[in-house]
Structures are given as structure tokens and as C-alpha cells.
Design a protein around this ligand. Sequence first.
Ligand SMILES: [Zn+2]
Length: 133
Amino acid sequence: MDVKSYHSESWRSILKVRDELLERTGNAANARAFLQSCIKQGKLQLSKVYDQFRQKGVKVRWVNAVWNRAVLPKHSSIVNLAMQRKLATIDQLNSRGLYLVNRCILCKAAVETHQHFFFQCPYDAAAWQSILQ
Ligand SMILES: [Zn+2]
């Protein structure tokens, strides 16, 4: 079955996964064999299927500090983006075509870059001093 414009988004997603599975396994027989290997006690183990499809990156040293049960998921997400330098600082937004006045939102005295925002801003240093005390 080909994807049609009138198909629902959910059905398109299912067909997309089917096509990706066929591409990764080579043919329908291999795809069926893979799915059979993911069945345990009559139930499909979605974690095994998901593991096949997810992108696997290099494990970084800080992963356990950021992603653990003691940290709120929202905070983990923000720190994860910060550690990868993907947090939307003004210099990054400007490089994506949003032309904003580039001043640090905290101290208003310097250009807002990742380095300044997380390591050089005097406002951050004062906040950290206060937290550490
Ligand atoms: Zn600043």
C-alpha cells in the first residue's frame, strides 16, 4: 500500500515505520523475522522495536548526572540542550534568521552566547554563589 494524501497522519506514520523496517531489514521476510524476535510470551515488546529505530549516539560522560530520577524531566531536557550547546541563546537565534538585539537577558551588559550565559555572566555567578552558600 502506498501513502495517499487522504490517509490520516496516524496511518501515514504506520506506513512510514513499515517502509523503514523494510529498508533496514531488506525484505518482508526479514521484517517478519525481526518482529517475531520482538515477541515474548505472545506480546510484542515495543522497547525492542523502538530500540531498532531510535538513533544511537555516543554515550557522553554527563548522561547519568542529567538523566536520573532525582532531576525533574523538564530540567533534564534543558540541561541536555545546554550541554549540547543547542539551547536557543540569542546568538543562535540570530544565526537561524531571527534578528534580535543581542544582549544577555540577565545582565544586559554582554552579548548572549552559550559561553556567556552559562559560564561568564556575573548574574549567574552571583546566583551560584548564593546557592552554594
Ligand atoms: Zn549576562
